[in-house]
Design a protein around this ligand. Structure first.
Ligand code: SF4
Ligand code: SF4
Length: 116
């Protein structure tokens, strides 16, 4: 019984359109309500450190002495807490297209504050 059911499914699928997407030949669909990736407008940041304190996953590091603002993207869960609390409204959750990569890597991108 199981064999016939499986054979039937396999036969039917021969005449169906592929269930997979032609990514990256065709860009992956992005959903308008997804929260996306955290971005910062460095020039507006005053290095107050509130985003670091309000981040539940300890993804942000702010060093006022070194004048740096860093994020560990592996830790970020796109919760939006930092964007809500930032007094300068310089943090945003955007939904940009992310280009595919050809080798395995961990996104531990850390961004340097370049403002004063
Ligand atoms: S809360 Fe905003 S202004 Fe303060 S350190 Fe974070 S990004 Fe900069
Ligand atoms: S979006 Fe949430 S998890 Fe990501 S850095 Fe901001 S507070 Fe942390």
């Amino acid at each position: 019984m199981g064999f016939f059911k499986m054979a039937g499914t396999a036969f039917t699928n021969l005449f169906r359109k592929p269930a997979t997407l032609m990514y990256p030949v065709r860009p992956a669909k992005r959903f308008p309500n997804s929260r996306g990736t955290l971005t910062i407008e460095f020039e507006k940041c005053i290095l107050c450190g509130i985003c670091q304190k309000k981040c539940p996953s300890y993804a942000i590091e702010v060093d006022k002495t070194e004048k740096t603002w860093k994020i560990d993207r592996i830790r970020c869960i796109s919760c939006g807490s930092c964007t809500d609390w930032c007094p300068k409204k310089c943090l945003h959750l955007d939904n940009p297209y992310t280009a595919p990569v050809t080798s395995e890597f961990k996104d531990t991108t850390r961004e340097q504050h370049t403002g004063a």
